[in-house]
Ligand binder design. Structure first.
Ligand code: NIG
Ligand code: FE
Length: 400
């Protein structure tokens, strides 16, 4: 049953009722299903928070009123994995791949060179543009990473630029060993865990490692994540993307918030995730754009693993900022139901960021919500490629 939070007494804070919502996704499991769906619903926003959700016939009086026109409302998407501080693109590499060349992590070097050569203004303008794109597609929270600088100054710069736009900033100095350290990977790990970490930690909440053949092995990744933890950064891991490997079990060992990609998993990897609070973040845009095999979401869900869905937006492996596209892929090709995919792209992303103030539309949460131009959240998978976002509120303010 609906609950009311008394407004924070301020007369200056306007309250808004959004009514005539055909289907409201609250992600409140106490309503009988993980999505906490309410039909013929209304939402009350007070300031930057949700004050009330429930049956529209029982909605309290408010200052303002918005008619949702019989459409669906869902929590704003929480995109918990992106790489948006970069310059240039990799159109040629994509063309070559679509003609049969395989994806390789080596392409990261192309973007590192372009990013190092770019001005601060250029990087800021790119980031702003991709964020605006994401917002128009219903994303109200995003995480983003460094990883295309790979010098002390270039990594710190990327994180400073990211931190001006989001609280969810991740230090990924360990993306690859850059060409300037090709003969000295141990020296690069020392830099990433030493001077570079010192310069980057003030801007970041998280530390990440690309744990993969051709990037960093399990021992290097453990050393890097452990050094980050000692500096107050919490781990997340690019794990088991291109091949089987130690990444997922390392993520669990270190209580990482998330193991990301999870494309090549043994039964032991799935068990480890199921017995942990580490979320498996699946990034189907990467498998789409690299023509790789899909991660098996069904296997993870059936084992009891918490699954998040995100874009991995980056110029190499997944140049999409669209969470709805990822939802559609996950439903079509990864064994998720539409309900599961929408949960994973909202509440799942929040879990992957260890946040409980976003990803749900229940009293007290931030009023981050997306109005769909459709009567049901299922249309996100059912009508792929169609722009279905007709309104976005962020922290209680309508921004789209
Ligand atoms: O998540 N796997 C490592 N990093 C990115 C790809 C980066 C790139 O190709 O530029 C990813 O897929
Ligand atoms: Fe990534």
């Amino acid at each position: 049953s609906p609950t009311t939070v008394s407004p924070a007494s301020s007369a200056s804070t306007a309250s808004t009722l959004i009514t005539n919502i055909a289907a409201l996704v609250t992600n409140d499991p106490s309503l009988g299903s993980p999505l906490g769906l309410i039909q013929d619903a209304a939402v009350v926003i007070d300031g930057e928070r949700i004050a009330w959700t429930g049956d529209q016939s029982k909605a309290p009086a408010t200052d303002n009123r918005v008619d949702a026109g019989g459409r669906a409302v869902i929590p704003g998407f929480v995109d918990s994995h992106s790489h948006l501080v970069f310059a240039g693109d990799r159109t040629q590499e994509f063309n070559a791949r679509m003609s049969g060349r395989p994806y390789s992590a080596g392409g990261i070097r192309t973007t590192v060179a372009a990013t190092r050569a770019a001005s601060d203004e250029e990087l800021e303008a790119n980031l702003t543009r991709y964020l605006a794109e994401a917002l128009r597609q219903g994303t109200t929270t995003f995480e983003t990473k460094s990883g295309y600088g790979l010098t002390v100054a270039d990594e710190a710069r990327a994180l400073r630029i990211a931190a001006a736009q989001t609280a969810e900033v991740t230090y990924l100095g360990a993306h690859i060993v850059p060409p300037d350290h090709a003969d000295d990977p141990a020296g690069y790990v020392a830099l990433v865990t030493g001077e570079m970490l010192d310069a980057c930690a003030p801007y970041a909440r998280w530390i990440d490692v690309f744990c993969e053949k051709g990037a960093f092995d399990g021992d290097q990744a453990r050393a890097i994540l452990t050094a980050g933890k000692a500096k107050g950064l919490h781990p997340r891991v690019h794990a088991n993307q291109l091949s089987y490997g130690p990444g997922v079990q390392l993520a669990v060992e270190l209580d990482a918030a998330s193991a990301d990609h999870c494309t090549h998993l043994t039964d032991a990897d799935v068990d480890a995730l199921a017995n942990s609070r580490t979320v498996a973040t699946l990034l189907p845009g990467a498998e789409f754009s690299t023509r790789a095999e899909w991660p098996d979401a069904r296997r993870l869900l059936d084992a009891g693993v918490t699954v998040a869905l995100s874009t991995d937006c980056n110029p190499g492996s997944s140049f999409t900022s669209s969470v709805p596209f990822c939802v559609a892929l996950a439903v079509r090709d990864m064994g998720m139901t539409p309900d599961e995919a929408v949960w994973s792209a909202t509440a799942g992303g929040a879990r992957a960021l260890r946040r409980d103030d976003i990803g749900r539309l229940t009293p007290g949460a931030y009023a981050d919500l997306t109005l769909l131009d459709a009567p049901s959240h299922v249309h996100l998978a059912y009508r792929p490629g169609v722009p279905l976002v007709s309104g976005v509120w962020r922290r209680g303010v309508r921004v789209v």
